[in-house]
Design a protein around this ligand. Sequence first.
Ligand code: HEM
Length: 245
Amino acid sequence: MGGVVSKNVSSSSPIQKKGHQTGVAHKVAMAFTGLLLVLFVLSHMYGNLKVFNGPESFNNYAQFLQEDIGYPLISKGDGIWIIRSVLTLAIVWHLYAALVTWRRGKRGRGKVQYKVKSGVKKRQSYGSALTMRYAGIVLLAFFIFHLLQFTALKIEIGGDYHALTPYDRLIVAFSGNWWLWLIYLVAMIALSLHVHHGVFSALATLGLERRSREKLFMALSGVITLCLFVGFMLPPTAIFLGWVH
Ligand code: HEM
């Protein structure tokens, strides 16, 4: 007995109420930034699938991203920097809110001001929190590795990336490199776990959850997760197996 999860604020002091409101604000920030990041990964996954349409299609898409996005409303090459800035802000804010929420939860545990949850519910909450944290850490590590590989071109696996087109970089990277495929597989499993729980939690945090909608939201987060996992893993797997070259 004795787990702690939900806060009872109805009879709390103004200081406790303010603390609770700040906690809610962090969770709302986490939900908004998380959903924005999910939109980004969905569109990135869709873009990667252009590898199946051949080199021209994929390279045109890469060129559109790097040069033409937003043009002629904004100058050539500026669109990608706007996207990068928004993404960086969203990631930093998401991480900060997660860290603050985690520290508050840790500090709060053991205090009397919490309602008690026990048994399966307690284990589920604790299990999800651990999954979110470890999957989040794996994702962050992958993200840094991934940007060094395909954006900064500092980790060149399979060939001289500076001399290759975006399509050929992808081909040389995954052709025969089982360990790189494995790194991406582990990262996509982490992404799936994180997104599956994250989408559902975000919708609940934003107050959209009702008992009647619970199944719908579970189904929605399941479909998004499945699309992301299959869609992201298809190109590396097809290249590794020699179906795309
Ligand atoms: C199997 C999975 C993935 C593959 C094969 C893949 C592939 C790529 C490639 C080829 C590029 C370079 C595009 C170009 O040349 O313009 C790229 C860029 C990028 N990827 Fe991924 N990606 C994957 C998963 C992810 C995930 C899960 C995330 C986010 C967590 C992500 C975030 C990014 C970002 C932020 C960029 C840089 C865009 C830019 O600023 O130019 N990718 N990815």
